[in-house]
Each structure stands twice: as structure tokens, then as C-alpha cells.
Design a protein around this ligand. Structure first.
Ligand code: SF4
Length: 368
């Protein structure tokens, strides 16, 4: 399986059935949290996934590291289907345990991810005992102290003896990061890993992630609602930003290109909603026709962004745009990227055209 991407997602779907309650009859509602996403992640790669609340970025991140089973499509680690490995289907070239060790996560709230009744040393020793059972106790402890020092927790013996509640939020996040790195992972999912930190600590934590990513040659998927943070991390690492809208990846490309020259109308909205990224030419009003996000249980037909897109035309209601630029480093799912598409001769949509879609306003515009 040489030459395979580290992770390869092909047409991934994650559809959840939502219960309608005890007295409701009929089919349950289906939320298409992730719908038809294809994405390759290489060794030492950094991808930041951004989008509004409910766009599916965390679900996609968890699917990428094998924590969420897809309901459609495939997720491969070095060519091995992760779920075939877990279920023992076919010839399994890479055991599931090896895949689990290689793909780690740090959560938004490290406090809830660390056992409150155990000291830091114990928290960090347990996974090492499992994955490196041949390591002596002395070597294990030396390794842990060395890693604590590398993430700036000095003196490490002092931190190793503390309980999680005796650490600040930033220190808890560093312990979670050490726990992930001790597994010698190929990839770490950082799920909103800095959003719970004070603003003053965020850059410090992102710099630490960048330093460790470089030192350990680890790939990172960084999930964030903040395009500014995504840019900081992805551009410093020479990585990409992927923009999600209602379960779909609508644009992905090099971080600076996405921010300075966004192609998809929704990426332009995200940039507008991020004051740090405003340029002198940004309009005073958001570049959307309506600020309401459609109901994810009932997404618009055709292009899912057509109910808000200021450039939407009739063609956008009829068909879903495929990604343009496959095989290049910048892909966009919008008809405007195709010079001879029927979009260009179809009629622009107005506000009243949206009522036929049956989409209900759900939330106010926010990138949270
Ligand atoms: Fe807007 Fe149409 Fe492009 Fe969708 S396909 S983003 S509605 S212009």
C-alpha cells in the first residue's frame, strides 16, 4: 500500500436518524451531518476545517480518525479501510489497534477528557502501558517527564504529581496533547482545541502545535469555527483550509489563497464574518441574500447555499455543483467556476424564489 495517502476519504456520508419523540409516528428525520465528502490527507499535512455551527466539521474530523463510522463511502488509512479492519472484513493489512494508535484526538474541553481522580503521571502512563507494554516503568516515566518538559510544563515532576483540577485550562490542554503524542501518532485531530482558552493563550497554543507538528512529523486536522485561527495554523504549516457548509466541503485549498482570494460565495461570507481578516474592500453588509441558515434536516435542493448565495441563479436550484479542480491543490464546488455552464444563461434568483424550497430559518449568522 505504498504511495497511498495517509488518510483517504471517498464519498463519505454520515447521516443520523433523529427520533421524533414517543408519540410521533412515521419515518425518523435524517440529518445529513456529512454528505459526500472526498478528501486526501498526506503525511505531515495540515488541514483546517472551518464553517458555521452544525456544518459537520467535527463529525467529519471524527470520521477522518475513525471515531465516527460513516453511513456511506469509505475511510482508508494507508490504503486500509478503517471499518473493514475493525470488523475483520476481507484481508486486513493493518490491524485496527494499530490504526487507533496512529490517529489521535485532542478535544475542545480537556478538563472533561482527563480523569479527575488521577494524577497527570498516571493519566499519561495508562495509554503507554497499553501500546508499549515492553517499556520498563523507569523508561515510561522518563519519557513522560521529557514530553511534559517539551510542551513547556516545567518542572515536569511537579506537574506529573498534580490532578487535572490543579492545572489551568492551557495546562490541561498540554497534558491532552502529550497523551496524544506519546502514542507516536501519524495524525492528530484538534477539535476546537483552542477555543476554550483565553484569547491571550490561543496564539501560544497554536505556536506549540506548529512546533510539535514539525518536530514529530505529525499530520493535523484542525477543526475551528474561526477562520482567523485556521489561517494562522494552516498558513504557518503550509497547509490547507477546507470550508464546510451543511455537511459538504464547498472549497479547499492553500490557506492564504482561501483567505485572500476565496472563490466560493460562502467562503466570502466566512471571511466577511471574521473582522480580523477584513480588507479595505469588504462591504458593510454581509455578502448573503438572507442571513438565516437552512434547517440541516431539510437542506435546500440543488446547491445547498443557493438560498443565501448572492450569486444564485435558477440553475443552482436544479442541480448540485460538483467540485471543480479535482487533482489540483484548490477545489471549489460552484457553477461559477465552469466557464460554459448553463448557470451563466439562467435567471438570477430573487428573495421570493427561496420560498419554494421549503427551507426553514434555523439560526442567526455566526461562525460559532
Ligand atoms: Fe452560489 Fe450557485 Fe455557486 Fe451555489 S452554485 S455557490 S448558489 S453561484
Amino acid at each position: 500500500m505504498t504511495g497511498e495517502p495517509l488518510i483517504s476519504l471517498d464519498g463519505v456520508e454520515v447521516h443520523f436518524e433523529e427520533s421524533q419523540g414517543l408519540l410521533e409516528f412515521g419515518d425518523p428525520d435524517v440529518v445529513k451531518a456529512v454528505d459526500g465528502v472526498s478528501l486526501d490527507i498526506e503525511e505531515n499535512d495540515v488541514v483546517a476545517l472551518v464553517g458555521e455551527s452544525g456544518c459537520g466539521k467535527t463529525t467529519l474530523g471524527k470520521t477522518t480518525i475513525g471515531l465516527q463510522r460513516p453511513t456511506g463511502g469509505s475511510v482508508r488509512y494507508r490504503g486500509q479501510d478503517i471499518w473493514d479492519a475493525k470488523d475483520g472484513n476481507g484481508d486486513v493489512a493493518i490491524p485496527y489497534d494499530e490504526i487507533r494508535r496512529s490517529l489521535q484526538i485532542i478535544h475542545q474541553d480537556p478538563g472533561s477528557a482527563l480523569n479527575p481522580n488521577r494524577r497527570v503521571m498516571k493519566i499519561l502512563e495508562d495509554p503507554l502501558k497499553r501500546w508499549q507494554s515492553g517499556m520498563s516503568t523507569g523508561d515510561r516515566r522518563r519519557e513522560i517527564l521529557s514530553m511534559l518538559e517539551r510542551v513547556g510544563m516545567t518542572p515536569p515532576a511537579d506537574y506529573a504529581g498534580r490532578y487535572p483540577h490543579q492545572l489551568s485550562g492551557g495546562e490541561q490542554q498540554r497534558v491532552a496533547l502529550v497523551r496524544a503524542l506519546l502514542m507516536d501518532p501519524d495524525m492528530i485531530l484538534a477539535d476546537e482545541a483552542i477555543s476554550a482558552l483565553d484569547v491571550s493563550l490561543r496564539v501560544e497554543m497554536m505556536d506549540l502545535l506548529l512546533e510539535l507538528q514539525d518536530q514529530f512529523d505529525t499530520s493535523f486536522v484542525f477543526v475551528s469555527h474561526d477562520l482567523s485561527n485556521a489561517r494562522y495554523l494552516a498558513s504557518h504549516a503550509g497547509g490547507r483550509i477546507g470550508v464546510m457548509y451543511l455537511g459538504q466541503l464547498v472549497e479547499i485549498g492553500p490557506a492564504e489563497e482561501i483567505v485572500t482570494d476565496p472563490k466560493h460565495p460562502y467562503t466570502k461570507v466566512l471571511r466577511w464574518a471574521t473582522p480580523d481578516l477584513h480588507t479595505g474592500t469588504d462591504a458593510a453588509e454581509p455578502p448573503v441574500r438572507t442571513i438565516d441558515i437552512p434547517d440541516p434536516q431539510n437542506p435546500p435542493r440543488g446547491c445547498r447555499f443557493h438560498t443565501r448565495c448572492p450569486d444564485a441563479r435558477e440553475a443552482c436550484r436544479r442541480a448540485h455543483p460538483d467540485s471543480v479542480g479535482a487533482g489540483t491543490d484548490h477545489e471549489v464546488a460552484c457553477f461559477r467556476e465552469v466557464d460554459d455552464h448553463e448557470y451563466w444563461s439562467s435567471t438570477p434568483l430573487t428573495e421570493t424564489d427561496d420560498s419554494a424550497d421549503g427551507t426553514a430559518p434555523a439560526q442567526s449568522p455566526t461562525t460559532d
